[in-house]
Structure formats: C-alpha cells, structure tokens
Design a protein around this ligand. Structure first.
Ligand SMILES: Nc1ncnc2c1ncn2[C@@H]1O[C@H](COP(=O)(O)OP(=O)(O)O)[C@@H](O)[C@H]1O
Ligand SMILES: [Mg+2]
Length: 244
C-alpha cells in the first residue's frame, strides 16, 4: 500500500525528517510513537502532500505509483486520507457540506445522515466546521469526514488526544470500520498509519507494527504493545539505543 524510501523532509528550509524508511502492506495498521517535536506530524503531512513539507530526498510510493511529486488533491483522489491533530475552525462552511464534499459520488442525504448518526454527530451537522466543538467532537467530525471519503490509506494524527475515556471507545470503533478490522486479512483493501502519544488507541485497534520516532528518525520497529510497555517503563531515552 505504502512504501517510503530514504525520505528527507524540510520545512521552511530546515530538515526535520532524515532517512525515513517505511512499508505498510494492504490490510495492515501501523502505529507511530514518539515524544513531542520528534517529527510525527511532519511525516503524515509529507505523505498527504502539503506543499510546505518539502521532499529533499527519497520517494513515496502508494499502490506501486511514485506520488512524491503529486499535489495533495491528486493524492486524496488516489485514496489517501488524513485526520489532523488540531484541525482548523472553518467559518462559513457547514460540517454537513464538508461530509458531502468528501464523498466520491454525489452527496446522498441519507448517507450523510447515517454517517453522522454513527459518529454521534447529528446535532453538529448544521454547525460551522469545528466551531465551538469539544475535543471529542472535533475528532469524531474528522473520522466522519474520513468515513465519507473512504480512503484506502488512512493517516490519523493522535485521534484520541483531548478525548475522554468513554468517547475513546466510539473513536476506536470508527477507526476499526475505516481499517476493516472485522474483515479477514485477505479481503481487506485498506491500511492505516496512526500516531499515538498515549497508546490508548492500542486497546481498540489491531496494530501490527510500531515505530518510535526520535529527532526526525525512525528507530525501534517492532510489536506496538512491547514498544509502548518499554516506553512507559524506561522513557524514550532507552529507545534512542534502538536507532541504527
Ligand atoms: N516552520 C518550521 N520551521 C522550523 N521548524 C519547524 C517548523 N515547523 C515545525 N518545525 C519543527 O519540526 C519538528 C517536528 O514537529 P512535528 O512534526 O509537529 O512533531 P510531533 O508531531 O512529533 O510533535 C519540531 O521540532 C518543530 O519545531
Ligand atoms: Mg504532532
């Protein structure tokens, strides 16, 4: 689904990510850990194709196609979708219309209603995007938009941050639907990369591989639960020893 080779990313002339290598197979969910400021968000923004995140070296391959130079809208059309850590408020655009615009086919009113009900967002559909939304509402709105878009590769930037423990269960269910957790591996068509700071989301999703990012490099590839347990016990300093 996704292959990243020797990727380096610069933001405003400063290299933030160095020599990133990553492979995510179809049907797989991978998890990215790392302290604040290590470059996790930068990686997702670069995969999505935000122009401010400039590729200075390496390639990004999606479903066998080199997308390194493609603009963001073409990547979205090819099937890459992303939820933001802190999405902006968009005054003058109703959440309802954004969900409709995220669908490939012409917006079907009934489908918008179903998606909103599923995400417990019915009351919020008529409000401007993220305007006055709580932390949990913002994250559910992001996932509702992704459910409308139905991307093949879903990139999630800290989907559980700012969400209370009860709502996390619903967030987990919505993510699992996007990532086809209930489908047998062989019939899955999707894959995901999830940034998590706390690791809470691991209680809900079936993650296969975890990585730790430190200072713009990936180290410690392995079982996500083992990585989380090690980080909790010893902190990220010990993870630095895994960097090759
Ligand atoms: N415009 C910029 N100029 C210089 N450094 C930046 C810029 N934007 C982000 N950074 C730096 O990039 C690093 C990685 O940030 P980020 O990807 O947001 O980390 P994370 O998501 O892991 O917390 C941080 O040190 C941040 O200060
Ligand atoms: Mg971040």
């Amino acid at each position: 689904m996704l292959e990243i080779k020797q990727l380096a990313i610069a933001v405003d002339g400063k290299e933030i990510l160095h020599d990133i290598n990553l492979r995510i197979g179809i049907g797989e969910t991978h998890v990215l850990f790392g302290p604040n400021g290590s470059g996790k968000t930068t990686l997702l923004m670069a995969i999505m194709g935000f122009p401010r995140y400039r590729v200075t070296k390496g390639t990004i391959i999606f479903k066998g196609k080199d997308i390194t130079g493609l603009p963001i809208d073409e990547r979205a059309r090819l099937g890459i979708g992303m939820s933001f850590q802190r999405p902006p408020v968009v005054r003058g655009v109703k959440t309802h219309d954004m969900v409709g615009a995220s669908m490939r086919s012409r917006a079907a009113e009934a489908r918008i209603g179903r998606l909103a009900e599923r995400a417990n967002m019915t009351e919020l559909l008529h409000r401007d995007i993220n305007y006055g939304f709580s932390g949990g509402e913002i994250k559910r709105s992001e996932l509702m938009q992704l459910s409308a878009q139905r991307p093949r590769l879903t990139l999630l930037d800290e989907p559980e941050s700012g969400v209370d423990l009860v709502s996390i269960a619903l967030i987990g269910e919505l993510i699992n639907e996007l990532l086809e957790k209930d489908c047998p591996m062989r019939s899955r068509k999707c894959a995901g990369l999830i940034i998590t700071h706390t690791g809470h989301i691991l209680d809900y999703v079936n993650a296969r591989t975890g990585y730790v990012m430190l200072d713009g490099r990936i180290g410690c590839e392995g079982d996500p639960r083992e990585i989380l347990a090690t980080v909790k016990e010893m902190g990220y300093k010990e993870c630095a020893k895994c960097l090759r």
